[in-house]
Design a protein around this ligand. Structure first.
Ligand code: MN3
Length: 211
């Protein structure tokens, strides 16, 4: 049986300064993300036959997880999956935006990159309580902006996330307190658009022709 472990960040805790501060990054990674992993491992100890499944597969097959641990697996495998993803779609600030097929689809779907950012920001702002805002690829290859509650992941709805924003207060409270809008506006400066473009290409390639 293998247990889930905390992935290393692909950059230093202070790499996203001044937009996301080092203390927030360190606590978010070593305390919040680690706690999801600890609680997931604890739940899976009761049913070790599921301990070799990835967080993604646990979420995709949540209906077949035993009922006594299902709520815990849903929250904690979800938290592990979401945060593992979140770290990869940020990087030290650059001027680079989305490229190739992604920027074309963003423009044709939302009018412009700014139009997309406005709508995504609005979605992230109006997510009541704790949750995430997402840009996902639909099963027809289109782009959809949406939000989820708690640690739910778009794959539950049959969507493939390519960009996600954590709007739990723990993601921004130390620096921004209640100012979620300011957090979101500054977060755009550290989005890793190369990774998001790659996520888009992979998601589109994986769509099976529906013939
Ligand atoms: Mn978080």
């Amino acid at each position: 049986m293998t247990s889930h472990t905390l992935p290393k960040l692909p950059y230093a805790y202070d790499a996203l300064e001044p937009y996301i501060d080092a203390q927030t990054m360190e606590i978010h990674h070593t305390k919040h993300h680690q706690t999801y992993i600890n609680n997931l491992n604890l739940a899976l100890e009761k049913h070790p036959e599921f301990s070799d499944m990835t967080a993604e597969n646990l979420i995709k097959n949540i209906g077949s997880i035993p009922e006594d641990i299902r709520p815990s697996v849903k929250n904690n495998a979800g938290g592990h999956l979401n945060h593992t993803f979140f770290w990869t779609i940020m990087r030290p600030p650059t001027e680079k935006g989305p490229e190739d097929g992604l920027i074309k689809t963003v423009n044709s779907t939302f009018g412009s990159l700014d139009g997309f950012k406005d709508l995504f920001t609005k979605t992230a702002l109006t997510r009541f309580g704790s949750g995430w805002a997402w840009l996902s690829v639909t099963n027809l290859g289109g782009l959809e902006i949406h939000s989820t509650t708690n640690q739910d992941n778009p794959i539950i709805e049959g969507l493939v996330p390519i960009l996600g924003l954590d709007v739990w207060e723990h993601a921004y409270y130390l620096k921004y307190q209640n100012r979620r809008q300011e957090y979101i506006e500054n977060w755009w400066k550290v989005v890793n658009w190369d990774q998001v473009t790659e996520n888009y290409q992979k998601a589109v390639e994986n769509i099976k022709p529906n013939i």
